[in-house]
Design a protein around this ligand. Sequence first.
Ligand code: AQP
Length: 328
Amino acid sequence: QKTVFSGVQPTGNLTIGNYIGALSLWVAEQDKHDNIFCIVDLHALTIPEAITAAGLREKTLDVAALYMACGIDSDRSLIFVQSQVRQHSELAWILNCVTPMGWMNRMTQFKSKSENVETIGVGLYDYPVLMAADILVYNADLVPVGDDQRQHLEIAQDIAQRFGNLFGYQFTRPEMLARKEGARIMGLDDPTAKMSKSSSARGHAVGILDEPAAIMKAFKSAKTDSGSGVDLSQPLSPGVVNLMAIYGAFTGKTRAECEAEFDGAGYGKLKTTVADAVIAGLTPVRERFHAIRGDEAGLRRILDRSAEAAAARAEATMVEVRQAVGIG
Ligand code: AQP
């Protein structure tokens, strides 16, 4: 069985981008693998201006409940909070020391995320090394993520290899697992920008927990193009492609099936049909979320139990890593 590792930062309200690119993929693959799913709260500290201590604690529990509401089964998968397993931070420091700054300087997400931050912390720059530690500490084989994380996964592969060359301990090379379609859902307001949970632009994102009326409203105002409907004799505009990708992800239909279904349809019809599919898909998730989140003691028990199991696995790796580098 292959080991799967992935995580989401407990920042903002998770969007259908997170759902399509990450969570729904985890669920679809869950039965095939040995799964480790983490709520990466240490990563959420990389933009400290955007969090408060109380807010971060709440959001961390929200995201854990959302994992389960989306279909992650705590009997089959570990679901835990990153900061509860100290080995992530320890390995991140060790990997920091073997990661050339030249590699880090190429990270495009750092460039785009630091644009809106007044004082850029070293942690934001170092985000990909902590992510590499998250993955490598479990010797994960597969990392199901959206397309925006491709570069970070590649640097994790490179760090693993460099560590092996320097110290002789070879981590498992982690491979990316991404959807063929829907690996990068774009903003409804601007189909050239990735849908992001930390964006505050109006009409940009659809939250997994949004109410049906809000979802319908967001799709009705989604940006398409100056045409009036789907015309397959012309190249489809990015906004229309994005709507079809969302529709495909929620209905299981291929791009070709979506195109055939909407050929000749007006944009109004396209938008409401996509919205209906999203509402139908998310309504049971929202209902389960409220039930799971309502039982906070039960949720904490699951997180504690998983963290203990994850820590035992991470520690087994760290024993070898410490030995390899000569510490501990
Ligand atoms: N628009 C997207 N389309 C497909 N997948 C996406 N993911 C994020 N946005 C999209 C995937 O969701 C997972 C969790 O991401 P994260 O919380 O670690 O941070 P991120 O990648 O930076 O995602 P966001 O939503 O943009 O968060 P903020 O705004 O907090 O930075 C990852 O697997 C990601 O690929």
